[in-house]
Design a protein around this ligand. Structure first.
Ligand SMILES: [Zn+2]
Length: 502
């Protein structure tokens, strides 16, 4: 969760409204681009529909959307050396492409989500979550080359054209169906950037990527090895059942639907492994990511078991037993298996009136709120109220809690299926009253987890190394995923592996 967040009011109603306004904006865009046309891809020579975007428009679009992407995905990762390394590798590859003179930008995003994507005009993004997962320079080069391929084949521009039409269509449908369909459609710059490519586009980007890798001397097979690593990661994420972040976090398997055999086919079609003595550069790469932040950063707040602690904003709270916490850029979500949800975020305004007024007029304005009352939460001014709404899953109770701390307003939204509200109310109330300011000392003591490169000693086992990691029950799984190890794979003395330290 970041300091600057968009307003998120009554989740069901408000998200629909927000999406609708985005769709309306896209609809206007569609009208403006009524003369939408085709253009040729410089890399493939194929005619593509770009919604009327010229090459200059693409650059302009990328430049305009870039700050929003950076904002939406955690900001730039604050490590000048690592940033310079990724940028120089990206530029090296881009210079071998069909668009060497484009003003390429390679940005490392400060988010644990594993993702990579590109905007039209040469803006390419990788997350630090992806950097932690990659095992050598060739694998990172493979990801960057693939993204460069999407840009040179003008896929992002093509997708932009299609999404303009798609959104306009969704708008029509949404109005007819009372917004349900519109709520599920996506638009807006950030959403656009992380929309899924088609399988044909993926194949084309892989083929182009192999071409660029061959030209810089990197091992094209690294595209396939990284993909296998990625599948291990996705499988493990799915295994951590009940994690709600999938709702908010788009990962690379969603933005780039690829399979290992299709990647292999792209490598073969592009001439296979033509590079003699290809660059893999594992040691160099591991040195670069040694010390990389793993998981959440202090600016995003930490999930530690059932606690959420935000050293930069200076507060903490706990969720009840049975709830799984997930930190996303805009909010903290907790969910339990019986369908109850806790959503926590910051109000966009710092209302100067009372908390009860804020609740009644700003946050809950337009809904019939019951029992609006003032609260004292560990000496902080707060207010609460509730309402019952129909949702897709049936009737649900929405308990709103607003708490003022240091001029900001923090908000809990407790959503319980109506039949469970009574039995859950005591434990959810404990969550409200667990909200407390952190002392400067406590905040100072909170450190992010970091990647630590370790040289395996004889006698080391995955379980033994994992036991020294601070990730609790996830330690072994994360160790295996980070190192691409399967259950029972042995470690070799002298081998370097990624571990996580506090
Ligand atoms: Zn792709």
């Amino acid at each position: 969760m970041h300091q600057a967040m968009r307003p998120v009011i009554r989740p069901v109603i408000q998200r629909v409204t927000r999406k609708l306004s985005l769709l309306l904006a896209a609809g206007g865009l569609a009208a403006a681009l009524a003369l939408a046309g085709c253009a040729q891809s410089p890399a493939t020579g194929r005619n593509i529909f770009t919604g009327g975007l010229s090459a200059e428009d693409e650059v302009k679009l990328g430049r305009e959307q870039h700050p929003e992407i950076v904002r939406e995905f955690g900001g730039e990762y604050d490590d000048p050396q690592l940033r310079a390394y990724v940028d120089s590798l990206g530029r090296l590859l881009a210079q071998t492409s069909e668009l060497p003179n484009l003003d390429w930008h390679f940005t490392v995003l400060d988010t644990p989500v594993v993702n990579a994507f590109a905007l039209p005009g040469g803006y390419v993004y990788v997350t630090r979550g992806l950097l932690a997962l990659a095992d050598n320079e060739a694998e990172l080069a493979g990801v960057l080359a693939h993204e460069i391929g999407h840009v040179t084949a003008r896929h992002s521009a093509e997708r932009y054209g299609q999404s303009v039409l798609g959104s306009a269509a969704a708008l029509g449908v949404g109005v007819l169906l009372g917004s349900q369909a519109a709520a599920e459609a996506t638009s807006g710059a950030a959403q656009l950037a992380v929309l899924s490519y088609s399988r044909d586009q993926e194949f084309e980007a892989d083929t182009l990527g192999v071409r660029y890798l061959a030209r810089t001397g990197h091992d094209p097979e690294a595209m396939a090895t990284f993909l296998r690593r990625l599948l291990g990661h996705s499988r493990y994420e799915a295994e951590l059942a009940g994690r709600p972040e999938a709702a908010d976090a788009f990962d690379i398997t969603q933005t780039h639907p690829r399979t290992a055999d299709r990647v292999e086919r792209a490598i073969q079609q592009a001439g296979g492994r033509r590079v003699a003595d290809p660059i893999v550069d594992r040691d160099l790469y591991l040195d670069k990511i040694d010390g990389l932040v793993f998981g959440d950063s202090p600016a995003q707040g930490f999930v530690r078991g059932r606690s959420f602690l935000h050293p930069d904003l200076g507060f903490a709270f706990e969720v009840p037993e049975g709830f799984q916490l997930a930190n996303t850029p805009k909010r903290v979500l907790a969910q339990n298996p019986n369908g109850a949800i806790i959503e926590f975020d910051t109000a966009v305004t710092s209302s100067r009136g009372s908390m009860t007024r804020y609740l009644a007029e700003d946050w809950g304005g337009g809904v019939d709120l019951n029992d609006i009352q003032a609260l004292d939460v560990n000496g902080l001014e707060a207010a609460t109220a509730w309402t019952r709404l129909d949702t897709r899953q049936g009737k649900a109770d929405f308990r709103l809690v607003a708490i003022r701390l240091d001029g900001a307003i923090y908000r809990f939204l407790f959503v319980t299926p109506a039949e469970l509200t009574t039995s859950m109310s005591a434990s959810l109330r404990r969550t409200t009253y667990s909200f407390r300011p952190l002392s400067a000392q406590d905040a100072d003591d909170l450190r992010p987890y970091r990647i630590d490169i370790y040289r395996v000693q004889s006698g080391d086992t995955p379980t033994g190394i994992a036991r020294r990691m601070p990730l609790g029950a996830e330690s072994l799984g994360q160790f295996q995923v980070l190192n691409g190890l399967r259950q029972g794979d042995p470690l070799i003395a002298g081998q370097r592996v990624k571990t996580v330290t506090e």
